[in-house]
Design a protein around this ligand. Structure first.
Ligand SMILES: Nc1ncnc2c1ncn2[C@@H]1O[C@H](COP(=O)(O)OP(=O)(O)OP(=O)(O)O)[C@@H](O)[C@H]1O
Ligand SMILES: [Mg+2]
Length: 1011
């Protein structure tokens, strides 16, 4: 069994029962037979397969059993032919209702009286047929989308259908416009890119032909959609004046298609159109009527068929020679891969016997025959920049760079795929206008494979000989790359590899082979029946495990074992083999958990999560798995995902000790990573869980210490922090110690005891030797830096944030924003505005990448950049960044200490005192709450109060900050100097600033000093 994207046609004869009742049974049978024969002939002409006749209805399938890229066009063309033919046969006494629909079908062994193609798409086609008026055809939406502009269809409408909520969308078929869907479409613009070398090669071929004065054949080869037709049309536009250009197409199916390419050329020569009456055309052919064979006219008379062919060839030699006699000419034969033998014979005769500088230019796909032999130009994939250019030209505007990469990467340099992927995204409403270009609405979107592209690739795969195709499908189960041994494990042999390499499906790269295109692999994989696929995954997993059951293969084993027992198909794949299923499931679970641990070890959080989620799907009752999911989400700063997973683990746990651990961890992560909440932390959620942790934890144990750390941080309570430190020291657990010291440091910071805060923060560095988790190591550097800054050691702080950047930035998008946040915080405190401006280049993409997990630093880093621009006199840019920061949506979350000082700073620069006052007012006590944000907040507050003329407030705020040697001391001195008009104080401030290496602040202070 295989899965196919196919088009189904249902046709039903209307009026036959009434007619039948008045007829003798033998006559009625004869009528039905004539109907069957006629319909069968039309279906065959369109390359369809008769699925069955039921009574006086006929069902046909296009694109199955063998895939056809134009299955939808074929089906609609056949529907029109059937309608015409019926009218001819029965002249209005009988009529046909037809329904056509495309979709996924399962294609199986045909059985007597039953269908070989099944699926919902088939039922829908039947419903459409029932809803059609006699003599009319209704077309399903997916078919309509597939044929694009090739057919004229009526307005969309919806018909009611049993079992289909909301009905079925469809359109009425009106007429054919082109035998094949025109390329492009979707409202995309087009402009030619690249291919300069190829065009020069073709121009050279024209020149050489002119030099010889004799016809020559060259071929432009390339996979479907690679741009053969486009290159030829571009060549036409660049031809030197006086060069004649003719173009004809070979067709993949239809009536009188043998010479269709030459027919186009002949009509152009005669100046007639396809729809002109035969008599008119024959008149033009006077004396050389035999050419009419090219057009499918009945002109051979009694002539022996072989003699007629020879005469036809003679006339074509003559015709091409006449064309050449008028000057250089290019005759394009499009899609030579569909050329029939007689056409190729004509071309060969022309090459042999015709005269004149006529270049015969054939376009051809590489699959199938290489015939006729000729010099060939091969079109390779477009370079990434060209594909990008093509995409932006198609959209008539720039596309955000990440989306652009995603699309061009997915399309693999095939211009048709680029257009279809874009068109598909547009149709699905996933691309939207933003700024002066386009944005991808959802960065994590599955680009999928557009139906059109799927059709092209599936048809290519189905042209392989059966064994080679089987090998390709088996290889697709293994993955993008595979070894001959792996393939043999699945199919018993690797002999078919040669064909696959020759046909360009896979590329040998010692010791493995790779699918040239990921899309081909995906389509081959999708054609396999899911149950068979699952069993192949199992076979492959066993083969790997027998060979190498070490951690090195954990990811691969986890993948194949879990695919083998996919809950969506396991019942079918392992029917009546419960034991086997149980063994495979256990193996899947074991390897998934191991793989997740290893992924976590590499800090590959998304990998770990996807493995754990698969494990949870297989064993939803395992508390451990849910606990691990919670833990990984905490590392990812995804609070919304962490909570339900941890709660699930709690639900499934009975042991008190484990429960205490879970509650302690849940609340600790929630509070410690306060930035992962896009809403204010909910006290009614945190506090009961914290209370549970404290109540369940064994006194003096790890869970207890952790809960105390949380409580100390949550309540800014020194005494609780001390208790946590004491337990952690007794347990001598480095992670606990690190966070206990941190809690102690934070509690001191809040009371402006910067020396104490710094001492505790620096003690954490002694633990580094005993820690391995980069998330924990990063945390120590982050807070070590802000504490060092507070304690008046800005250079040390700067060194620490750089080190933090190295540790943290690549861990997750969230960590990257943290790395930038604290870098900016320190550079800003140092007045290094050029450095802030330089970091802006990293900030904007990092914030864009971190939209998945909320962080107040998304907004804050943008604000810092705005301040940097403001200080550098770039107010326009500052305003843009400020707006972008606000758009991140973290205002009103009680995090004023992060988000209010920078806009106040900017307002001060702009002299907008009203805004300064309003910001101070709205933030209130929250203005400088928090350890890491408060230094800049306090410094800015002093400047703001002075600027607002609130001198006594300024004095009151400055006095507690007069702590010798600290970062804030000179700010306080300066404020008091200005407030009291005391120059000695400002000079002292300058001195202190200089001593700390804060030159920019020193200069600013000099300018402020009272006379
Ligand atoms: N160099 C190019 N610049 C811009 N667009 C291109 C280029 N090459 C191809 N395209 C676009 O890609 C699509 C596919 O190109 P084209 O139809 O020329 O491919 P083909 O090789 O002739 O395919 P087929 O084998 O199916 O006939 C077209 O819509 C075309 O506009
Ligand atoms: Mg083409």
């Amino acid at each position: 069994m295989e899965r196919k994207l196919a088009t189904i046609l249902f046709a039903d004869l209307v009026g036959s029962t009434e007619m039948g009742s008045s007829l003798d049974p033998e006559h009625a049978r004869d009528l039905l037979d004539r109907f069957y024969d006629a319909m069968e002939a039309e279906i065959a002409l369109g390359g369809g397969t008769v699925e069955k006749f039921i009574g006086d209805a006929v069902v046909a399938v296009f694109g199955a059993p063998a895939a056809q890229e134009d299955h939808a066009e074929r089906a609609l063309q056949v529907a029109l032919w059937m309608q015409e033919r019926l009218a001819e046969l029965f002249g209005g006494r009988l009529s046909l209702r037809i329904g056509v629909n495309s979709g996924e079908v399962a294609v199986g062994r045909p059985r007597e009286g039953s269908s070989f193609a099944t699926g919902d798409a088939v039922n829908v086609a039947a419903r459409l047929e029932q809803a059609a008026e006699p003599g009319h055809t209704l077309v399903g939406e997916r078919t309509a989308a597939l044929v694009g502009g090739a057919f004229e269809l009526g307005e969309p409408r919806t018909i009611e259908a049993k079992g289909k909520k909301g009905g079925v969308a469809c359109r009425e078929l009106l007429r054919m416009l082109a035998p094949r869907r025109p390329r492009g479409g979707h409202g995309l613009a087009s402009s030619f890119v690249g291919r300069e070398r190829e065009l020069r090669w073709l121009e050279d071929a024209i020149a050489r032909t002119a030099g010889d004065g004799r016809p020559r054949l060259v071929k432009v080869m390339g996979e479907a959609g690679m741009g053969k037709t486009s290159v030829v049309l571009e060549l036409r536009d660049r031809l030197p004046e006086g060069t004649a250009f003719r173009l004809g197409r070979c067709l993949s199916y239809g009536r009188s298609v043998t010479y269709s390419a030459l027919a186009d050329v002949l009509r152009a020569e005669l100046g007639v159109r396809q729809e002109d009456p035969a008599d008119d055309i024959l008149e033009r052919l006077a004396g050389r009527e035999i050419l009419g064979l090219t057009l499918g006219l009945d002109v051979a008379g009694d002539l022996d068929p072989r003699a007629a062919l020879l005469q036809l060839q003679d006339r074509w030699v003559e015709l091409i020679s006449q064309l050449g006699a008028r000057g250089p000419a290019v005759v394009v034969i499009e899609d030579l891969h569909w050329a029939a033998g007689p056409l190729v014979e004509v071309l060969e005769r022309v090459l042999l016997d015709a005269e004149g500088p006529v270049l015969l230019l054939g376009t051809m796909r590489p699959d199938g025959t290489a015939f006729p032999a000729a010099e060939a130009l091969t079109l390779e994939r477009l370079a990434d920049v060209e594909a990008a250019e093509l995409a932006e030209a198609a959209l008539a505007g720039p596309l955000e760079s990440r989306a652009l990469e995603l699309v061009t990467g997915h399309a693999e340099g095939n211009p048709f795929f680029v257009e279809e992927v874009l068109g598909d995204l547009l149709d699905r409403g996933l691309l939207e206008r933003g700024g002066d270009g386009w944005l991808l609405r959802d960065a994590a979107v599955d680009l999928g494979i557009p139906d059109t592209v799927r059709g092209v690739l599936a048809a290519r795969i189905d042209m392989l000989p059966a064994e080679a195709k089987e090998a390709l499908q088996a290889a697709s189960v293994i993955g993008r790359s595979f070894t001959p041994g792996g393939l043999a494990a699945l199919t018993g042999s690797s002999a078919e590899l040669r064909t696959l390499v020759e046909r360009g499906f896979v590329r040998p790269t010692e010791p493995e082979l790779v699918f040239k295109h990921a899309l081909t692999r995906e389509v081959a994989y999708d054609t396999l029946a899911k149950a068979a696929r699952a069993r192949m995954h199992a076979t492959f997993a066993r083969w790997i495990e027998a060979d190498d059951a070490t951690d090195r293969r954990a990811g691969v084993l986890a993948h194949h074992y879990s695919e083998a027992v996919d809950p969506g198909i396991a019942d079918l794949a392992w029917r009546d083999r419960e034991d086997e299923l149980a063994r495979l499931s256990a193996a899947a679970l074991r390897w998934l958990r191991r793989a997740a641990e290893l992924s976590l070890g590499r800090f590959d959080l998304d990998d770990a999560l996807s493995q754990l989620h698969r494990a949870a799907e297989l064993a939803p009752g395992e508390a451990d798995v849910w606990h691990a999911i919670g833990r990984v989400n905490a590392l990812k700063f995804d609070g919304e995902a962490m909570w339900p997973a941890m709660e699930r683990a709690i639900e499934l746990t009975e042991r008190q000790e484990t429960l205490a651990d879970l509650y302690a961890e849940l609340t600790f992560e929630t509070v410690m990573r306060g930035g992962m909440w896009k809403r204010p932390l909910d006290h009614t959620v945190v506090e009961p869980s914290l209370a549970r942790a404290l109540e369940l934890a064994e006194p003096g144990g790890a869970a207890h210490a952790r809960a105390l750390v949380t409580k100390a941080t949550w309540e800014d309570d020194i005494e609780t922090a001390d208790q946590a430190v004491a337990i952690a020291e007794r347990l001598d657990d480095p992670v606990l110690l690190s966070y206990a010291y941190w809690a102690r440091s934070g509690a001191a910071f809040i009371t402006f005891d910067f020396g104490e805060a710094d001492r505790w923060a620096q003690r954490r560095f002694e633990l580094l030797d005993r820690l391995t988790d980069p998330d924990k190591i990063a945390h120590i550097h982050y807070y070590g830096a802000t504490a060092a800054l507070a304690a008046g050691r800005p250079q040390e702080a700067e060194a620490l944030v750089r080190k933090h950047d190295l540790v943290a930035s690549r861990l997750s998008p969230h960590h990257e924003v943290h790395a930038l946040g604290v870098l900016l915080y320190v550079e800003e405190a140092l007045g290094h505005w050029d450095e802030v401006r330089r970091l802006q280049g990293r900030v904007e993409p990092a914030v864009a990448a971190n939209q998945g997990t909320p962080c107040v630093l998304n907004a804050r880093t943008l604000f810092s950049c705005a301040v940097g621009c403001g200080e550098l006199g770039l107010d326009g840019e500052a305003r843009r960044l400020e707006t972008a920061a606000v758009a991140q949506g973290y205002q009103d979350l009680g995090v004023g200490f992060w988000l209010d000082p920078p806009p106040a700073h900017l307002a001060l620069l702009r002299g907008d005192l009203e805004r300064v006052a309003a910001l101070l007012e709205s933030s209130g006590e929250m203005w400088h709450w928090s350890s890491d944000g408060s230094l800049y907040a306090l410094a800015t507050k002093l400047d703001a109060l002075v600027a607002l003329g609130r001198m006594s407030d300024a004095e009151e705020a400055a006095v507690p900050l007069l702590q010798p040697g600290t970062y804030l001391e000179p700010f306080a001195l300066r404020t008091l100097g200005v407030v009291r008009g005391d120059r000695a104080l400002t000079e002292q401030a300058v001195e202190r600033f200089d001593a700390m290496g804060l030159g920019w602040h020193a200069a600013k202070t000099r300018a402020l000093a009272p006379a």
